[in-house]
Write a new protein. Structure first.
Lengths: 247, 265
């Protein structure tokens, strides 16, 4: 497997009037093409900060991020953030529009994604007419439209109810695998991490250090809902549960 | 097609709406009749309180001399100019403030003071600085409408969901792109609802201005009437103003409905 990017000794310090807080301490990770990595940790430990730094929305305080050639990043946020004055299609074309890359070919790619992933009849609808799960799929397609090499996923299901959450994580997982994308997902849901990721990075509470990296090897690995039935599932669950700091 | 229950339900709604309209109309008619009777039987002084018939006579006189339409047109024209300029200027300044948060923080206390200052107090200065003419009237109306527009529109700009701005940044959008693709379209309903406030504000400003300086317009008509102690003229002017205000307001309401309908689905 070829390496996509390497993070070396990343640290982040936040400054406020009251003083400085170390959010991330000495975070190192290799990401290979095709990986699905989940980062778990107690809430407020700075998991999302790592994604923000990777996406260049926040500055690192120290450390190195080495990209193997020019990779494009796509970010899927905690909320779908769809614009309610744009149709589903126009929402999905937003990234291409901003990058002035709205060619016929790219538009067709987005249309194909919408058709393939169950949004065919909603291409010209407005987001208000969509269910929570559909909105999340639109948000993913909006991210995929710019053809990113690496997907950064920040607790994308946290706003959904449990039923929808299971179904949408299944959808999102299948789309990511079918489109052959590499992904880093931040979550606080251990079960979700085990059912989706190949590798789980466990962070400590603030300042976040890597406590352990676990490779997930499930027998009969398929989609997330089925993966939850694998016999190793509870073993991993216990392992991770014990590692996570409970505050 | 509908069940009987549904038909009754619809009937009830229609009846209710009809009754509301009926009472609205009745209040007006009763008011006019009582006013006329009180004046006819000299219970109120007809010289000071006028009467509906005298108002109609005054309107007919003004109509015959051709003055009425000139006064109305002048006031409407001044109001429209102030409305358009005030709205554009307000949006422009709010945009500059959004663009430069540092500047926004600096001018914040000045805006607050200007907003709470009764603008009519600036009238005498305006006459000297700008001159006793239509310019003063428009500047007065602009002072009133622009500041409230700046505050309302800016409030709309900064209440855009931060996650949407973050989304734009993940696509590496420039500030111009964030403004035109998110901030402006995202606040369009705020801006449109500002129109309603602004048309009233502009009219208030124009009438205030006309009280102070003008030689034409409805404000002038009312002021002139009071100076020559022609109360028929004062009350006629006020009633004409009511009608003009109502017509302009419903026009803006109509435009707002059209715009919102076209914009959001």
């Amino acid at each position: 497997m070829n390496e996509l990017l390497t993070i070396k000794n990343l640290s982040k310090i936040y400054h406020t009037k009251q003083g400085e807080t170390k959010a991330i301490d000495n975070f190192s990770l290799n990401i290979n093409n095709g990986d699905f990595i989940a980062i778990v940790g107690p809430s407020g430990c700075g998991k999302s900060t790592i994604l923000n730094i990777l996406a260049n929305l926040d500055n690192k305080s120290d450390g190195e991020i080495i990209f193997n050639n020019d990779i494009k990043m796509g970010y899927m946020l905690q909320q779908d953030a769809l614009f309610n004055w744009k149709t589903v299609l126009d929402n999905c074309l937003l990234g291409l529009e901003i990058n002035k890359n709205l060619t016929k070919k790219n538009k067709q790619y987005v249309l194909d994604l919408l058709n393939n992933y169950g949004l065919k009849d909603f291409i010209n609808s407005y987001p208000n007419n969509l269910s929570g799960g559909m909105r999340q799929r639109v948000a993913l397609i909006r991210t995929l439209a710019t053809k990113p090499d690496l997907l950064l996923i920040d607790e994308p299901f946290s706003a959904l109810d449990y039923q929808t959450r299971l179904a949408v994580s299944d959808d999102v997982y299948n789309i990511i695998k079918q489109e052959n994308k590499t992904a880093i997902m931040v979550t606080h849901d251990i079960a979700e991490a085990i059912s989706m990721a190949d590798k789980i990075v466990i962070l400590s509470k603030r300042p976040s250090k890597i406590k352990k990296i676990i490779d997930i090897k499930l027998s009969n690995k398929s989609n997330p809902i089925n993966n939850r039935k694998a016999k190793e599932f509870s073993y991993y669950y216990d392992l991770i549960w014990k590692e996570i700091d409970h505050v | 097609m509908f069940s009987l229950e549904h038909k009754n339900y619809l009937k009830k709604i229609r009846l209710n709406n009809f009754l509301i309209k009926l009472f609205q109309f009745l209040i007006l008619i009763v008011f006019l009749i009582v006013w006329q009777l009180l004046s006819d039987y000299k219970i109120i002084n007809p010289f000071i309180f006028s009467s509906p018939i005298k108002v109609i006579e005054t309107i007919i006189n003004l109509h015959n001399s051709g003055d009425l339409y000139n006064h109305i047109l002048i006031t409407v024209w001044e109001t429209l100019i102030s409305f358009v300029l005030g709205t554009l200027l307000g949006i422009l300044i709010a945009s500059i403030m959004w663009w430069n948060k540092f500047l926004a923080k600096i001018i914040d206390p000045y805006l607050t003071v200007l907003n709470s200052l009764p603008k009519v107090a600036l009238g005498p200065i305006l006459i000297i600085w700008v001159g006793a003419g239509m310019q003063s009237i428009i500047v007065m109306a602009l002072l009133i409408s622009t500041i409230i527009t700046i505050i309302n529109v800016y409030q709309g700009f900064i209440s855009i969901d931060p996650i949407k701005i973050k989304l734009m940044q993940t696509f590496k959008a420039t500030k111009t792109q964030i403004y035109f693709k998110l901030i402006l379209p995202g606040t369009i309903s705020n801006i449109i609802s500002c129109f309603k406030v602004n048309i009233s504000m502009s009219l208030i400003g124009v009438i205030m201005g006309e009280f102070l300086v003008s030689k034409e317009g409805i404000g002038y008509l009312i002021m002139y009437g009071s100076q020559v102690f022609n109360l028929d003229l004062v009350i006629t002017g006020t009633i004409v103003l009511c009608i003009v205000a109502a017509v302009m307001y419903s026009l803006v309401l109509y435009i707002e409905k059209k715009l919102i309908k076209n914009y959001i689905e």
